[in-house]
Design a protein around this ligand. Structure first.
Ligand code: M6R
Length: 601
């Protein structure tokens, strides 16, 4: 995930920019760069690879005295990791850095090229600086040119732009990607993707909202939304790095739940084009003889695999089986070279999953890893890897790793179904994929409603999370989340299976969390929930449709695609687990008896 920093003031700009980028290193990157505007002159440096390379390249450069600077770490999406694709991107007299994805960049680029603009990189980001300069050449003020530029962009972005046309100003814009402004009493202004680079520099900060844009000068911040001025609300910035790393949330798990919208945008970046799904990582793998997929994983990753099995069979029309890695290892499985062996792991170090992968390699199967940690043991061993790009996940209870795994698997199912999925269906799947980041946006009132409801679910003799189809693995995952951090007993079950045994447990102290999507088998699920209600089970229904028999009801939004409902319900079950655990006084981030990476079998 890209990282962004910016600075205005009298201090040594290089020092803040490089130390800020260092703080953002954990987000992952493959190149880095800075640009400093001082005395009407812009100096820029870019390097491939680690930040040390940039530190080395800028050794002889100093930038004391009033000026501005912007810095960026890039995680390649559009275009390979090369120095030319590294940020800042330059026009004739301006430089830009960008985190996110400009969905309509091709169209903008083509129009600019027709007008004679020469592009130096393969990135989507470069269009921003050329658009801005085009408006300047049309005699707009820098402020109006920036506003007009932002109006033309579709997608997710955190943008900083500097221009010789306005040498005392940094222009900024934010949509669906984090951006923070900070200041101190020394008339210094700062910008960053997260709090931690600002600690020790800024004393107060504003967390920008989606759609906000504006410009910063030494002694002024002008902030706008929908062309109307907004008065920035500053909050004091703490001095605790761990607190800062939590971005003001109580727990890493909570931060990671809220991050899901932006990390899923990262997962999608550069992987969708007009032609469909593009997975560069797989271009050298020949899937033509593959007629079966075997998925192996543990815990939450196993649940992502179960979800994917529905997608592979339904969309790619390829048979798919999912196995718990620790079971697979000792069952003397029959392995076949026409089967793609797919392992899923957040850490890439889970011993059982790694050993299962070794078995598949030994059997000369094609192997593919879905993983969050580059260079982990699983990534190094598999023939190919699709990185999930969730960023570091610190909460032991996995949240954003699950969301990004499911998105990556959904992309893969469309990629593998390229030849079989009708064009219209492919378009509607891609539309739904691109809609996911907005579905994953947590609404304050939803969180507050779940927090209030949670007090009724601190006792009882157990929870059943129930759902059908892809909502069954989601039910399993919801139950696992609750178990892990609340220490209450919870099970996930297919709704239609309750009457084959578990319904014997039904009474008012049995809590059923019913996942009732409108777009998938609603009437069938409803009948199953009615059967439980008739036996006096306490029902917490999660659905866009009002349900009279529910004791508690969380209303979701009307969606047209089951995966959109899936992700909305996923967030609700995560927050429910979190709020129950908080009320029970448990350590949410480090639950008892659990480790983040399970490297023993
Ligand atoms: O790193 P992995 O995805 O391979 O880990 C697998 C499980 O240990 C992991 O998903 C575990 O179940 C989590 N604590 C779930 O929240």
């Amino acid at each position: 995930m890209c990282g962004i920093v910016g600075y205005i003031g009298e201090g040594e700009k290089k020092e803040f920019l490089l130390s800020g980028l260092k703080e953002l290193e954990y987000r992952g990157y493959d190149s880095a760069g800075i640009a400093v505007l001082k005395d009407g002159h812009i100096t820029s440096y870019r390097t491939l690879g680690k930040l040390e390379n940039l530190v080395h390249k800028t050794e002889a450069f100093s930038s004391d005295g009033f000026g501005l600077g912007i810095g960026h770490t890039r995680w390649a999406t559009h275009g390979k990791p090369t120095e030319a694709n590294a940020h800042p991107h330059r026009g004739e007299f301006s430089y830009v850095i960008h985190n996110g994805i400009i969905e309509n960049y091709k169209e903008i680029k083509e129009n600019l090229q027709k007008e004679g603009v020469k592009f130096l990189s393969q990135t989507d980001s470069e269009v921003i600086v050329h658009l801005f300069e085009k408006f300047i050449k049309e005699e707009l003020s820098a402020q109006d040119a920036f506003k007009s530029t932002i109006e033309m962009l579709q997608g997710a972005y955190a943008i900083l732009l500097v221009t010789k046309d306005e040498p005392e100003t940094i222009f900024f814009a934010k949509n669906a990607v984090p951006l923070i402004l900070g200041q101190n009493a020394k008339e210094e202004k700062f910008m960053s993707s997260s709090d931690s680079p600002l600690i020790g520099y800024a004393t107060e900060v504003v967390y920008l909202e989606d759609g906000e844009y504006g410009w910063v000068k030494k002694d002024e911040i002008s902030l706008f939304m929908n062309e109307k001025p907004v008065i920035p609300t500053f909050a004091t910035l703490g001095r605790d790095k761990i607190y800062a790393q939590k971005d003001g949330f109580r727990f890493f798990m909570e931060k990671e739940i809220y991050e899901q919208s932006s990390v899923v945008s990262e997962t999608l970046m550069g992987r969708i084009s007009d032609e469909g799904v593009e997975l560069d990582e797989l271009k050298d793998i020949d899937f033509s003889d593959i007629d079966n997929i075997k998925i192996c994983a543990c815990g939450t990753s196993y649940h992502a695999g179960l979800t994917a099995a529905y997608l592979f069979e339904r969309l790619s029309k390829i048979r798919c089986q999912v196995e718990i890695a620790s079971e697979f290892r000792y069952k003397e499985p029959l392995l076949d070279k026409k089967t793609l062996f797919l392992v899923i792991s957040q850490s890439g170090e889970t011993a059982d999953t790694l050993e299962a992968l070794k078995m598949a390699k030994k059997a000369n199967m094609k192997t593919l890893a879905i993983c969050n940690v580059d260079n982990s043991s699983i990534v190094r061993l598999a023939d190919a890897t699709l990185l999930t790009r969730a960023g570091i996940e610190k909460g032991v209870a996995s949240t954003k790793a699950f969301a990004t795994q499911v998105i990556t698997l959904w992309l893969l199912s469309l990629y593998m179904g390229k030849k079989t999925i009708p064009a219209k269906k492919m378009q509607s799947e891609i539309k739904a994929l691109l809609h996911t980041p907005s579905v994953l946006h947590v609404e304050d009132n939803t969180h507050e409603k779940i927090r209030r409801l949670s007090k009724r679910y601190l006792h009882g003799h157990g929870f059943f999370f129930i759902g059908r189809d892809i909502f069954f693995p989601l039910a399993l995952e919801g139950a696992l989340k609750l178990k892990e951090i609340s220490y209450l007993h919870a099970e996930g079950y297919p709704s239609g299976e309750m009457k084959h045994g578990p319904i014997a447990l039904a009474d008012s102290e049995l809590f059923t969390v019913a996942l009732m999507p409108q777009t998938m088998l609603y009437e069938k699920t409803k009948s199953n929930v009615e059967e439980l209600s008739a036996r006096d089970a306490t029902i917490l229904a999660i659905s866009p449709k009002e349900f009279d028999l529910a004791d508690d009801f969380i209303k979701t939004t009307e969606q047209s695609h089951p995966m959109s409902e899936f992700f909305e319900m996923m967030i609700i079950t995560q927050i429910l687990a979190l709020e129950i655990a908080v009320r029970l006084g448990n350590d949410v981030d480090m639950p008892r008896n659990l480790a983040k990476s399970v490297t023993v079998e």
